[in-house]
Design a protein around this ligand. Structure first.
Ligand SMILES: C[S@@+](CC[C@H](N)C(=O)[O-])C[C@H]1O[C@@H](n2cnc3c(N)ncnc32)[C@H](O)[C@@H]1O
Length: 443
């Protein structure tokens, strides 16, 4: 085989692998976090990920165009060919891959799915898209769900929650989030680390709100970050870094304070708390697999915590008045981080929101009992829905007489939302997030 045809085969293999990997996500049966790139050559893995994330981000438009291009939909058993068609459409619309390669290698990949018959269909569809792209796109984009790349329920929920901002939110959700770093302040200052990045050819800007944060101008592999293996730096969005700012007044003056990070995995905030404060930290999560990531992260950063598995709505036998502070970074819809997890648009359903709100309420109630009088609980979500945020805290305060909100009113970031603070996702800036700080009355 000569070089050109080997390259051709690799290109087909990459596209077939993307179609296979995407199928469960398209069918709302699996998540992008489980992407398996083992069949893809190491040098093609970045492109593979870009393809899978990109297709997922733009599914409504790709599917609407596929509907226009096909005379009749593929049979259920040929959903992999449908996925391949979406991969092809995505390349023509969004990627700087020469069109002949995008069409030829996508159509050729049908053979690798064991469906050589589909090569002609795919070739025909993709060539037609090349010829008629503007007219077809204008036609499908008349539907706002297609133009804004969001399912109808989600657009409706955004519109209801943020009548003045929903369009900007949807647009921000569609742009990949920037890569933001958290500098380990125990090891190195942000200024010095920024210089080191520059020496490695990586430009960054100082985060507007998070004192340990630097945002890279161009994302890179973590292993290209100087000092990553030695624990000098971690990847964490700017909004997520603000938990430490809000807990500062409770923890900074009290070395040895007992802290519970109740939903800790994969450990981003656990590690940040330990970098910032000398505290005695218990890191709890119900998911054993995710907890292994917490211990890996703590090992890499040279930090120590008591890592425990448990359901924070139960915690039988845990005595009350046990912790000076609790961080509840609650399981949520993830509606503030759609740009990082575009599969949320396919996997979430409207009916998930009340179920999540119920779980969050149970977590709040149980964890409150563990707090000492005078202690602080920081409630956080990466959601932008009031049901999980301001409404949740309002209901909690109404049923909890010894709780009062102490979320500062004069923060430089976000906007007031009931008794908490809401950050909306910002293009090239932070994710969507919510925080509410609560204090337990002294006995
Ligand atoms: C938003 S994530 C936490 C992110 C983490 N705090 C960080 O900064 O890296 C929510 C976590 O809650 C955990 N979780 C969900 N239900 C739980 C429960 N009942 N008890 C304890 N943890 C739970 C999930 O396994 C998940 O790891």
């Amino acid at each position: 085989m000569n070089d050109a045809s080997a390259h051709h085969n690799d290109g087909q293999a990459l596209r077939a692998a993307a179609a296979r990997a995407l199928l469960p996500v398209i069918d709302a049966q699996g998540s992008l976090s489980a992407l398996d790139d083992s069949a893809v050559l190491p040098r093609d893995r970045a492109l593979f990920r870009a393809l899978c994330y990109g297709v997922c981000r733009s599914l409504p438009r790709l599917e609407a165009l596929a509907g226009e291009l096909l005379r009749s939909p593929f049979k259920t058993r040929d959903r992999d060919v449908q996925a391949l068609l979406l991969v092809g459409i995505y390349q023509l619309l969004y990627m700087r891959i020469p069109a002949h390669a995008a069409v030829g290698e996508t159509a050729g990949a049908a053979r690798l799915l064991g469906k050589a018959w589909a090569t002609r269909v795919l070739n025909g569809c993709l060539r037609r898209l090349q010829r008629e792209q503007s007219a077809l796109q204008a036609k499908v984009d008349r539907d706002p769900c297609v133009a804004l790349l969001h399912p109808a329920w989600l657009l409706k929920a955004l519109r209801q929650a943020w009548p003045d901002d929903w369009r900007e939110i949807a647009i921000a959700n569609n742009a990949p989030g920037p890569m933001t770093l958290r500098i380990n302040r125990r090891r190195v200052s942000r200024e010095v680390y920024r210089e080191r990045l520059l020496e490695s050819g990586l430009e960054s800007r100082i985060c507007e709100f998070a004192p340990d944060g630097l945002t890279l101008e161009t994302p890179c592999d973590v292993n290209a970050l100087p000092g990553f293996a030695d624990g000098e730096v971690s990847v964490q969005d700017e909004a997520a870094q603000l938990a430490v700012e809000l807990l500062g007044p409770a923890l900074a003056p009290r070395p040895g304070a007992r802290v519970l990070d109740a939903c800790c995995a994969p450990g981003g905030k656990t590690a940040h708390l330990l970098e910032a404060f000398d505290v005695d930290l218990t890191a709890l999560d119900s998911d054993a697999q995710r907890l292994t990531r917490v211990t890996d992260t703590l090992d890499r950063l040279g930090l120590t915590a008591r890592v425990e598995r448990g359901d924070a709505t139960q915690l039988e036998g845990w005595e009350t008045d046990r912790f000076d502070a609790v961080l509840l970074d609650a399981p949520c819809s993830g509606s503030g981080v759609i740009r990082r997890h575009p599969d949320i648009k396919r996997l979430r359903r409207a009916e998930d929101i009340p179920a999540l709100a119920t779980l969050q309420g149970q977590l709040l109630d149980r964890l409150w009992q563990l707090l000492v009088p005078g202690g602080t609980l920081l409630y956080a979500t990466c959601s932008i829905f009031p049901e999980e945020n301001a409404d949740q805290i309002k209901a909690f305060l109404a049923r909890t007489p010894d709780a009062r909100a102490t979320t500062p009113a004069d923060l430089a970031w976000g906007r007031p939302a009931g008794d908490g603070r809401q950050l909306l996702p910002r293009e090239a800036g932070h994710d969507g997030f919510f925080y509410a700080r609560l204090e337990k009355a002294r006995a």
